[in-house]
Ligand binder design. Structure first.
Ligand code: F6P
Length: 319
């Protein structure tokens, strides 16, 4: 094998650049040529492909987002787009592809492998909603970004004795809410994976106020409902001096944490090692601190499970 390609796809995530750098540098170290593909699968189909050198990926490890740009490109679900993509890869002599992204990006990679083209997937999404990996690239940074916001919100919540509902990203997964909620000392964490009862949330808030805790933070995963809707329901059960904040895309930006950079570097390097061994059609993840490859097909037969013991832990610690 002489040439590999890299693309980032779906929602950007902090650490994607570190992963691209790791793939490129490791591949070059092994004597391979590396091609970057801009705008994910959309750029692949359009042939927006360029040759990288070691400097292309210099000064990128610390940057959030993805310098390869990203795009959501549902058209890649059509066979026509997939074949066009493979045609472009062949035109550039690119023999294997590393795809960094989330669930949708993995579907694209799987389609390529079904057409006999070698692709490896790296989990890059803030949502942490990919099976067979304890963490995805970008998740740790997103949690820390939310945490910083919670700490700031707590200052004003305490000063005015208010209750804040803080809505965080995560699509259908509650992982960001869970981790940031526990780390931020949330009074309650509301996630799609657990049923909740607004009346019970209100009762806990009231009890906590009676015990002397005059302010509170409730972390709400976006997959449950909007913060305003939740606040409205909560206000039916009492006056908790409510305010709601939607952190939105702020959660997705920023310089990646050390943990995300190291994870991205390990995953990127391993992807190249596997391609050199002639392996493809796999998705990489980290399990018990080991980089593991799973057949890409297996991923779609499994569900990601959020660490629900964190939910129970928070119930015990909130007062
Ligand atoms: O998958 C990453 C993510 O940021 C989700 O948390 C969020 O629901 C979604 O993407 C937002 O998508 P967009 O940037 O297309 O609005």
């Amino acid at each position: 094998m002489k040439r590999i390609g890299i693309l980032t796809s779906g929602g950007d995530a902090p650490g994607m650049n570190a992963a691209v750098r790791a793939v490129a540098r490791k591949a070059m170290h092994e004597g391979l040529e590396v091609y970057g593909i801009n705008y994910g699968y959309a750029g692949l189909v359009a042939g927006d492909i360029f040759k990288m050198d070691p400097i292309t990926v210099g000064d990128k490890i610390q940057r959030g987002g993805t310098f390869l740009y990203s795009a959501r490109y549902p058209e890649f679900a059509q066979v026509e787009g997939q074949l066009k993509g493979i045609e472009q890869l062949n035109k550039f002599g690119i023999e294997a592809l590393v795809v960094i992204g989330g669930d949708g990006s993995y579907h694209g990679a799987l389609r390529l492998t079904e057409h006999g083209y070698n692709a490896i997937g790296l989990p890059g999404t803030i949502d942490n909603d990919i099976p067979f990996t304890d963490q995805t690239i970008g998740f740790d940074t997103a949690v820390n970004t939310v945490l910083e916001s919670i700490d700031r919100i707590r200052d004003t919540a305490a000063s005015h004795e208010r209750t804040f509902v803080v809505e965080v990203m995560g699509r259908g997964a509650g992982d960001i809410a869970l981790w940031a909620g526990v780390a931020g000392g949330a009074q309650d964490i509301i996630i799609p994976e657990r049923d909740f009862d607004v009346k019970a949330v209100a009762e806990k808030l009231r009890a906590s106020r009676e015990h002397g805790q005059k302010h509170a933070i409730i972390v709400l995963a976006e997959g449950v409902m909007h913060a305003d809707e939740f606040s409205e329901k909560l206000s039916e059960y009492g006056d908790f001096h409510l305010r709601s904040t939607v952190l939105g895309h702020v959660v997705r930006g920023g310089s990646p944490t050390a943990s995300d950079r190291v994870l991205a570097s390990r995953l990127g390097s391993k992807a190249v090692e596997l391609l050199l061994e002639g392996k493809g059609g796999v998705a990489l993840g980290i399990e018990k601190n080991e980089i593991i490859a799973h057949d890409m097909l297996d991923l779609f037969n499994h569900k990601h499970h959020a660490m629900l013991d964190l939910y129970d832990l928070n119930e015990d610690l909130a007062y």
